[in-house]
Design a binder for this molecule. Structure first.
Ligand SMILES: [Fe+2]
Ligand SMILES: [Fe+2]
Length: 140
């Protein structure tokens, strides 16, 4: 089971608060990886704690990001919010399906979380970031 997801500078949106939140999300996903590859005895307890932290922090991050998009009248706000809502719903259903015990299932979930998040940052978050920074540059 490989550790797959790392922060890279190319993921930076140029918005410092958002970048810090993204780094924090990646570090929580890294904690999920540590649970999956850690001692089996503590697996169930530690993964449910980390998935709860991930869910809570993701909700916080999404609401901050959505407020920023609304303040700046980002035209694709609705579509972006749908991506966020879809992710929250998928995580909730997969966490339920995880049950209590098999680290291999946890690893599949870890891969989903990391690949979704990094792809979302690289593509969708960069869309609002370049829109908002471009707008602020022209003073519009
Ligand atoms: Fe984000
Ligand atoms: Fe986003």
């Amino acid at each position: 089971m490989l550790n797959l997801f790392k922060w890279e500078d190319s993921l930076s949106t140029g918005f410092e608060d958002v970048d810090l939140q993204h780094k924090k999300l990646i570090s929580i996903i890294d904690d999920v990886y540590s649970c999956v590859t850690g001692p089996k005895e503590s697996y169930s307890l530690s993964i449910s704690k980390d998935l709860k932290r991930l869910t809570d922090y993701t909700q916080y991050h999404f609401s901050e990001e959505e407020a920023l998009m609304r303040r700046n009248s980002f035209p694709r706000y609705e579509g972006h919010k749908k991506e966020h809502d879809g992710f929250i719903a998928r995580v909730a259903s997969q966490v339920k399906a995880l049950g209590d015990g098999n680290p291999d299932d946890g690893y599949q979930l870890y891969r989903f979380l990391g690949s979704w998040l990094l792809a979302h940052i690289a593509k969708s978050d960069h869309e609002w970031a370049s829109y908002i920074s471009g707008k602020n540059k022209t003073g519009a």
